[in-house]
Ligand binder design. Sequence first.
Ligand code: BGC
Length: 697
Amino acid sequence: MTPPERFQLLRGETGVPVRNGVRTGAIGSAGYVPGVPRLGVPALQETDASLGIANPDNIRRRDAATAFASGLSLASTWDAQIAYEVGSIVGDEAWRKGFNVLLGPGLNLTREPRNGRDFEYLGEDPLLAGTLAGSFVCGVQDQHVIATMKHFALNDQETGRFVYSADIGEAAMRESDLLAFEIAFGEGHPGAVMCAYNRVNGIYACENDHLLNGILKGAWGFPGWVMSDWGAVHSVNAALRGLDQESALQVDQAISGVSFFGAPLEGAVASGALASSRLLDMNRRILRSMLAVGLFDNPPQRLPIDFRSHANVALDAAQRGIVVLKNDGVLPLRRSMHRIAVIGGYADAGVPSGGGSAQVMPIGRAVVFPFGGDSSPVAFYDRSPPLASIRATAPRAAVSFNDGRYPSEAATLAKHAEVAVVFATEWIGEGIDAPDLTLPGGQDALIAAVAAANPHTVVVLETGNPVTMPWLRETGAVVEAWYAGERGGDAIANVLFGYVDAAGRLPITFPAAQAQLVHPDLPGLDEVLSAIAAGAGPYQAARGIAPFSITYPDGSDAGYRRFAKEGVSPLFAFGHGLSYTTFRYTGLNVSGGETLKASFSVTNTGSRDGTDTPQIYLTSKPGAPQMRLLGWSKVTLAPGETRNVTVVADPRLLADFDPAKNAWVIQEGLYQASLGSAADDLQLRAAAPVAARALSP
Ligand code: BGC
C-alpha cells in the first residue's frame, strides 16, 4: 500500500452517496471508508445497528428493513439462540443491501436506568449481556459482515456523554461493564470495537491507553480494530493510545473541519511522533478483520431479502421478550370475551420505537408524532398496531378504543368492558435520558382512573426504561412489552391471549422509587437544563456543559447485585417474569473443584405448556455474601414434565479481579449457589468447595 492508501483506510466519512455533485462510493449510511481498488480492498460500508438496518434521514430513498424489538426485549428472552438468529438476519439484510460493517451490538450495562439508550442495550448483568452480545456477533459475522461491539466503555448515560468522566476503580470495572465486553469478545470475536464518547477515569475512551492498549488489545488479545464513535476523537495522540480508525465526524466538527486522522496523523508519522510500525499495525488490524470475516471472499451482493420469514423471526423474538410482571389471574385473556376496552398508548397507530442511530425505517410505515421536539421525532411502527392485533385475535368481541387523553372518559369506557387493556408508552432515544422514572404525559393518572373503574385492568408498558408504578396494586396485570418492533402488536396480542407462554424475564431491576438509584438526581441534568434555559440549543447544551464526574459507589455490584447487598427491595427484581404455568425446582446439587457446577430438576406443575428460566446465583463466597448470576437455562415443558438441568459457572464470576496481578483470583473455600426464578426469589441453596487459582484474562 502506498502511504496515501494507508492513511485513507484510517479515516471514515459520513456515508453520503453524493457530495458536491460527485459520487463518493458510499451507498448511504452512517459511515464509509473508501477502499483501495488497485489492490482489491473493498470499501467499508458501515451501517447502524443491532435492531435492524437503519436508514438515517431516508438517505437511501424508502429503503426499509426488518425492525426488531429493542435490545432490552432481546435480553428479556435470555436466549442466546434467538440472539444468534436476530444477529444473522440483521447481518443478512446488511449484506444484501451492500453493507459489510454493522455498527452494533451495543452492550453498555444498565448502570443508569434512565439512560436514553438502555433500550438498545442488553441489561444490567455482565454474563447475560455478554453472552447474548457474543451470540449476536456470531450471527452477524456468519453473514460476512463485521460486527462492532460498542460503546467501549462505560457510556452508561446520554446526558453529558461528550464531557463526563466515568470514574470507577479497576477491579470494579473489570468485574462488571468490561466483563460484559470480555465475555462477548470471547464468544463472538467481533472484528471491530467502537470506543465511546465519554471519558473513563478522566481520559477520553478513544484515547484511553489503559482501556484500549492495556485491556482490550493487551490483556484480552483483541486482534481487530478500534474505530471511534462519530466525532469522539480529541487528538491525534489517540493513535498512540490504541485508536485505529477515526470514524465520520459529527456535523459541527465536519463544518469546522477538525479531523485528527487526516493531516495531523500524516504529520505525526512524518515527524516520527507516531512510529510507522504503529501505522502498519492500524492497517493490519482493519485488513485482518476484513479477511477473517470474509469481506474479500464474500462481498455483499444486492439480492432480494426474505422479509416475510424475517418478520416471523421478529415476531417470535418480540413475544419471547415480553415480560408479565404481575398477574392476578386476568391473563391470559379469553378469546370468548365480549367487551374489551383498549386505551391509550397510540395503540390504534402502532408500537413505539426508540430514537437515534438505532432506529430502523421499518417495513410498513413509521408514524411520526410531533411531541419529541424537532431533533427527535417520536416514531411508531404501524405494521401491527396492538388494537388491530387484539381485534384480529378476538374477532367476536366488541373491542373499543379510547385514546386516553381524558382519563374520566377512558374510565367510563373501561367500566362497561369485561377487561380494560391500557397501553402506556415511554419514548426515549439517543442523546437524551429520561429525567425521572415516571411514565410521562399524565399516563399514571390515566391508568389509576381506569383501574379504579375496572379491577380487570391490564397495563401494557411499552418503555425503553424501567418505570415506577404508583397504581400497581389496583391493576389486575402488568406486562412489559418494551419497544416490540415491526410485529409488536401481534406479539403483544399473542402473549395477552396466551397463544404463547409469557416467557420473558427482566434483564434489569425495576426500582420502587427514584431514591433507590445510585444517583437519585441524574448527573449533569441540572447543568444541561440550565444551559437550555439560558438559550442554548439541545446540541450546544450537550457539548458545551462543563465536564463532570460520575462516580460508582456500587462498584462492580451494578443493578440487582447492589439491591441484594444493601437489602433493598425493588419493585420488580432482575430475572422476574411470570409464566402462565407454574414450575417447581428440586434436587439442587452443587459440586466444586475448578468451578461450581449446579444440577437440579425443573417440573412443570401447572396445566399448560410453558417456558421457564431457572437461574443460578452465587450467593456467598469465602468470607462474604455475594450476589452474581452464574448461569441459567431455558426449559420448555409440558404439564407434569420434568427436566434435569446443569449449569457450569464461568470461573471469572467466582473470582475477584486483582489489578496488581492483572488476573482473576479465586480464593479457596466454600462457594454457595442458589437456585431461583429471580434475583429476589431464591428457593434452594447448596455449597461446594472451590480450589484456589489465578486466571489470566
Ligand atoms: C452513536 C453510535 C452510532 C454512530 C453512527 C453515534 O452518534 O453513538 O452508536 O453507531 O453515531 O451512527
